[in-house]
Design a protein around this ligand. Structure first.
Ligand SMILES: [Zn+2]
Length: 99
C-alpha cells in the first residue's frame, strides 16, 4: 500500500520506506488454470464427457490420469469437463483416444 508522502514521494506502508514514484499498476495475471482452459476451449468448447457447451467460467480442468495416480498436469493429460462430470469421474482413470 502506497500513501502520498512528502514532495511527490510515496510511503510504502508495509516497509515504512519513502519512495520517489508510485508503483505502476500491474496487469492482472491470468490464473494458470484459466489460461489452460482458454486454450482447450478454443479447440473444443464442450465437456469431454457429456458434450454440453462450456464457457471459460463454468469449465473445469480434468486430469485423464488423476494426479493421485501419477498423472501430470501437462496439456496432454488435461480435458475440459463440466463440474458434475468432473465430480463424477473423481479419481478414475480415463485414457484419451489418440493420447
Ligand atoms: Zn459434463
Amino acid at each position: 500500500m502506497y500513501i502520498p508522502c512528502c514532495a511527490g514521494s510515496y510511503l510504502r506502508r508495509n516497509l515504512g520506506v519513502c519512495v520517489s514514484a508510485p508503483p505502476r499498476p500491474r496487469k492482472p495475471k491470468m490464473h494458470k488454470n484459466r489460461k489452460r482452459r482458454a486454450l482447450l476451449l478454443a479447440d473444443d468448447p464442450f465437456c469431454f464427457y457429456c458434450r454440453i457447451p462450456l464457457t471459460l467460467d463454468d469449465s473445469t480442468l480434468d486430469h485423464c490420469i488423476p494426479k493421485s495416480k501419477g498423472g501430470s498436469s501437462r496439456m496432454h493429460n488435461l480435458v475440459l469437463a463440466c463440474q458434475p462430470c468432473n465430480v463424477d469421474k473423481a479419481d478414475k482413470v480415463y485414457i484419451k483416444r489418440g493420447a
